[in-house]
Design a protein around this ligand. Structure first.
Ligand code: GTP
Ligand code: MG
Length: 202
């Protein structure tokens, strides 16, 4: 078990849109990614709590912006709803994209994005658009290849290298980093915590 400040993370509130968020002061890091990528699981693993963030049995479960505080209310982690889930009604998807884009655009306390992707399906079209958008706004992005337990060690390494060799990654090395992660095996937790420490200035 990794003992860290994240073990004491607590839930602040859920918000549907930007106007419902806490004051835009301090430091915030958001967990984004396709639906079912393992965002909530990663947060739970980091916090070492089973049900800090809700884990979906069905994709598309997290439909609110869930905020957690680390150390104090000025240091927050954010669990964002997943994008790219086909079964969500079209109108809801559009509403969501609007709120999500709005959040990413106006949130000044947002210091970086943790972009989670299933290691078996990295850098899909929707991830790339998210990434392009973040880079366009010079937002730092740490890519987390989740569910690494689904692949062998050497297969995981290969995917990691492929991502590092992607032209997008090469062109924006100053803003991008990547790691493998497994909530199941609790692998990559301290590596992720180090990135968060830096961005949240903890
Ligand atoms: N094998 C394995 N399964 C995982 C891992 N992380 C998450 N899962 C499973 O993947 C599914 C989705 O996990 P969530 O953490 O709910 O994913 P999410 O990105 O929060 O999904 P949404 O809230 O729908 O956007 C769940 O069934 C998890 O148990 C992992 O590291 N290894
Ligand atoms: Mg979730």
């Amino acid at each position: 078990m990794v003992v860290s400040i994240y073990n004491r993370a607590t839930f602040i509130k859920s918000a549907y849109k930007v106007s419902q968020l806490p004051d835009d002061t301090g430091y915030e890091v958001a967990f984004a990614g396709r639906s079912n990528a393992g965002k909530s699981s990663a947060l739970n693993t980091l916090a070492n709590i089973k049900r800090l963030a809700r884990i979906s049995k069905t994709p598309g479960r997290t439909q609110l912006i869930n905020l957690f505080m680390v150390k104090d209310a000025e240091h927050r982690l954010v669990d964002l709803p997943g994008y790219g889930y086909a079964k969500v009604p079209e109108q809801m998807k559009l509403d969501w994209q609007k709120h999500l884009a709005h959040y990413l655009e106006v949130r000044r306390s947002l210091k970086g994005l943790i972009l989670l992707m299933d290691i078996r399906h990295p850098l899909m079209a929707s991830d790339r658009s998210m990434l392009q958008w973040a880079l366009h706004n010079t937002l730092k992005v740490h890519l987390v290849l989740t569910k690494a337990d689904k692949l062998s060690f050497s297969q995981s390494k290969l995917v990691l290298m492929k991502v590092q060799q992607d032209s997008l990654f090469i062109q924006h090395q100053n803003l991008l980093s990547v790691q493998t992660f497994s909530s199941l095996k609790k692998q990559g937790v301290s590596e992720l915590a180090l990135v968060l420490d830096r961005w949240l200035e903890l």
